[in-house]
Design a protein around this ligand. Structure first.
Ligand code: ZN
Ligand code: ZN
Length: 390
């Protein structure tokens, strides 16, 4: 066992207590007041310089040691989701309609654990910025931190992120160079026809005829317009809203969903295809189809050298055979993408167990047994990037 892991295991009880406290008090994006206070209090206890207020509830802890000018950023997300929790254990959510269903309580805890170890041992040469990012869940907290001057105020040579991963065994890490998570953009299509009596559709223009065609034709975009092996993309319609009675054809119907891709070229090529399809189906059905297409999140792109750094840091801890360097990308999205657009870096997955409930599931819980390992990963990464020997 690495010396850092051994030292962190010694305060495993504290990690568990912090994590369960955070789990019991979940707050959603940009509302993480209690969470931010919790983090700042811990950092100040460890004697770490603490800057509040980036992106509102974001926090950066800064720890300097030695004389090296090298600097790294370690990032954890801190927000919860707007959903109810089904778990019944003692540390279940005490805030109705709020749940740490993505394990950001664990991410916060692991980064705090690393901060505590590094503040106590100071076995590195350079500067570590502990970045606690709010509003990861689709609200653009990472982007706002950057707009608020994150990397001007806290310049780094590289920035690193970590997410727990259900389905991957505990004690294992997974990573890949290039896109590790997909872009995620939103669309709303408003189909306007002319409503009327369901018995006399010929007197109006039925918007549902266009909806039916859109639902099938949108699927042909990823399936038939891109090279399936090189440009994976997913279009999912997740909402259809329209109508109010059995015998009334409505004027308008709205459909909404997400588009995901692993590369920027594919991502940007899809919107014009949406526009063409909407115009064509509109003409064919006599409806008007308005397209509101919003770019939300770029793909999370792991830089090559930093991916190697991250994989090496993990391998030092658990051995090469427990680091899967070819796990392949997920079509999920992550707003760490903004940080990786601004500066080189890498994002790694830490196994939350093969039997873990899925992320965003009402029964999900972060596995406290992996907290020391995640914290020790941050420490090993720091020690290898900011080694005292140069
Ligand atoms: Zn999530
Ligand atoms: Zn998450």
């Amino acid at each position: 066992m690495s010396t850092s892991l051994k030292a962190i295991e010694a305060f495993h009880d504290d990690l568990r207590e912090w994590r369960r406290d955070l789990h019991a008090h979940p707050e959603i994006g940009f509302e993480e007041e209690r969470t931010a206070n919790f983090i700042a209090d811990r950092l100040e206890e460890f004697g770490i310089e603490t800057t509040r207020g980036l992106a509102g509830t974001g926090i950066v802890g800064t720890l300097r040691n030695g004389s090296s000018q090298r600097a790294i950023g370690l990032r954890a997300d801190i927000d919860a989701l707007p959903m109810d929790e089904d778990n019944t254990f003692a540390h279940r959510s005490q805030n109705p309609g709020r749940m740490h269903a993505c394990g950001h309580d664990g991410h916060t805890t692991m980064l705090l654990g690393a901060a505590r170890y590094l503040a106590e041992h100071r076995d590195f040469d350079g500067t570590v910025h502990f970045i606690f990012q709010p509003a990861e869940e689709g609200l653009g907290g990472g982007k706002r931190m950057i707009e608020d001057g994150l990397f001007e105020q806290f310049p780094v040579d590289g920035v690193y992120g970590m997410h727990n991963w259900p389905g991957l065994a505990t004690g294992r890490f997974g990573i890949c160079a290039g896109a590790i998570m997909a872009s995620c953009d939103f669309f709303d299509l408003t189909i306007t026809g002319k409503g009327g009596h369901a018995a006399m559709p010929h007197l109006g223009v039925d918007p549902f005829v266009a909806v039916g065609q859109l639902l099938s034709q949108l699927q042909s975009l990823p399936a038939r317009r891109f090279n399936a092996s090189r440009s994976p993309a997913v279009v999912s319609v997740t909402q259809v809203h329209g109508g109010s009675a059995y015998n009334v054809i409505p004027d308008t119907v709205k459909i909404s969903g997400t588009v995901r891709a692993l590369d920027e070229e594919t991502r940007r090529a899809i919107e014009p295809m949406f526009q063409d399809m909407a115009a064509g189906i509109g003409r064919a059905t006599g409806t008007t189809i308005g397209v509101d297409y919003r770019y939300i999140n770029a793909a999370t792109f792991n830089h090559a050298a930093e991916t190697e750094n991250a994989a090496r840091g993990a391998a030092q801890l658990v051995g090469e055979n427990r680091v899967d360097r070819d796990l392949g990308p997920s079509m999920g999205a992550e707003d760490f993408a903004y940080m990786l657009e601004a500066t080189p870096g890498a994002y790694i997955w830490l196994g939350n167990g093969e039997n873990s409930a899925a992320l965003h599931n009402t029964s999900y819980d972060f596995d406290d047994s992996i907290s020391p390992l995640g914290a020790a990963y941050w420490v090993e990464l720091t020690r290898s990037l900011l080694s005292v020997t140069g």
